[in-house]
Write a new protein. Structure first.
Length: 253
């Protein structure tokens, strides 16, 4: 097996399972651990994986994006802590945009149900979570539904958003970096996120620690466009401080 073939196999395994382990890969591929580490370094240089201690996980890109169903199985306790902390950023907001994705869906579940709120969302799953909340009015944005994420996109969605003035937007991303800002693989999704930020007075990004330092295909906001970043304590305090220097408060839950 050539290095190129081996690296393709590693990427497939990472995308299938959500992560790969150096020791396991070495055994499966019949090569030394150092060979696998070299492969992972090469794949990271090409933006296909991010290395961790003892392994790597795939980077989402124009050619690869995880589904909503897959996201509900990854980092769930961390996402629940982040969602609870993000919901505490609500303040006196009366109108809220909630992005597509599993962490935003958990934020919707964590919002107070005993006060009037109007929630605007492109996510069918989030709309479903909130429909039985007595004091919450849900506005589901129309558009083309993406099967993998169960969210609406395209000009119908952005046109509706452009007609609103929203107090607070809860935004997710496939990657956030100090160099490239907030990114996502799909241009249609990027447009919805960018329009939601333009329509909102305040923007809170919520995401797990693995999003940090990663970059995808489409940039839709800069770190300085955010009022607050909510993540977990698994993001090192030193790295959180570097992001805060660009403007937003950083909350580690």
């Amino acid at each position: 097996m050539t290095a190129e073939e081996r690296q393709r196999q590693i990427v497939r395994a990472a995308r299938r399972s959500g992560s790969v382990d150096v020791t396991v890969l070495a055994a499966e591929l019949g090569v030394a651990k150092e060979t696998v580490r070299r492969d992972l370094r090469a794949l990271e240089d090409h933006g296909l994986v991010r290395r961790t201690h003892g392994g790597a996980y795939p980077v989402e890109s124009a050619g690869f994006e995880t589904t909503l169903a897959f996201r509900t199985t990854m980092h769930v306790p961390e996402k629940r802590r982040i969602a609870a902390a993000a919901a505490e950023q609500l303040g006196d907001a009366e109108t809220v945009f909630i992005d597509e994705g599993f962490t935003p869906q958990l934020i919707a579940e964590a919002l107070p149900k005993n006060r009037p709120l109007t929630v605007v969302t492109a996510s069918l799953a989030t709309a479903g979570v909130l429909t039985e909340a007595e004091h919450v009015t849900v506005l589901l944005l129309g558009g083309r539904v993406r099967a993998g994420t169960l969210a609406t996109v395209d000009h119908w969605t952005t046109r509706m958003l452009a007609g609103f003035v929203i107090d607070l937007a809860y935004i997710g991303a496939n990657g956030i970096s100090r160099e490239h800002g907030l990114t996502t693989p799909d241009p249609a999704v990027s447009e919805v996120k960018a329009q939601a930020i333009r329509a909102s007075r305040r923007t809170v990004f919520a995401g797990v620690h693995t999003k940090f330092g990663a970059s995808s295909f489409c940039r839709f906001a800069g770190v300085g466009d955010l009022e607050c970043i909510v993540t977990s304590a698994q993001l090192p305090a030193s790295e959180a401080h570097r992001y805060s220097l660009q403007g937003p408060q950083v909350v580690r839950a």
